[in-house]
Design a protein around this ligand. Sequence first.
Ligand SMILES: [Zn+2]
Length: 294
Amino acid sequence: MRRKEVRPLLLLLTAAACLLLMGGCKENVVQEETRAPATVSPALIQQAAPAATAPRPTPTPAPSPPPVPASTIPTTGRTAYLTFDDGPSDHTDRILDILKQDDVRATFFVNGNATPEGIRLYRRIAAEGHAIGNHTYSHSYARIYASVQAYKADTEKLNDLLERAVGFRPDMLRFPGGSNNRLADKAGGKGIMRRIIGSMEAEGYSYVDWNVSSTDAAQAVQPTAEIVGAVLGSSRGKRQIIVLMHDAAGKTTTVEALPAIIDGLKNQGFRFDKLSRHSFAFRFADARTGATPP
Ligand SMILES: [Zn+2]
């Protein structure tokens, strides 16, 4: 029995000794740890010093390359081009307010409005960085599609007004009704659209249709939810979208839908840009031949 008692006692003693040693060691470690910052800090400071200066070379490459036009930057993500036809209208200010708030640039395919209010709105559109395209002065199918000369005259009339208002003549067109509309034939005969397109392109104009319709022209007042759903639904699966919307009297729900459209497209990974003759273009004629990707 006694022997059996001695062993645990010995074990206890060694355990105690070990604990003491470990305790001592631990204390040393703790001391070193607490001391560490004091002794290591100069080294850290030396290491930190280059780190602190490291960002210095970083700003240099950023501004050094010459500014590249946005259109030539390879598109890695998805790009949405919002377009507003038929303005300026009594909704233009509100549309511009929303775009400004969301820091979005868009494209306005405008008609003729020579009133002081019209001039003010053209100027605000341009001043806030949006693109302006020519959607004819009168938007009257019977007038503009009567002949090639009639179309050209109506377009030039608007460009004369825009030059006075904003100082430049847009070279981008959107045909009222789109480049494949059938109503033009009634005014100018079969093949009038093809002749107008050929002639306007020869004059140096480019034109663009759309590959996403907001459906806001489907009826007088299309419900807001329908507009949002149409845009977000048909945008899925497309890398680049040109969205047709209207900046026109009575199109109240287009304005109401706009914030949700912008949010929804952002959630789908789209960034926003304005159209130019060098940017993505979607033309119905090209789509028929498969020349333009969706
Ligand atoms: Zn229109």
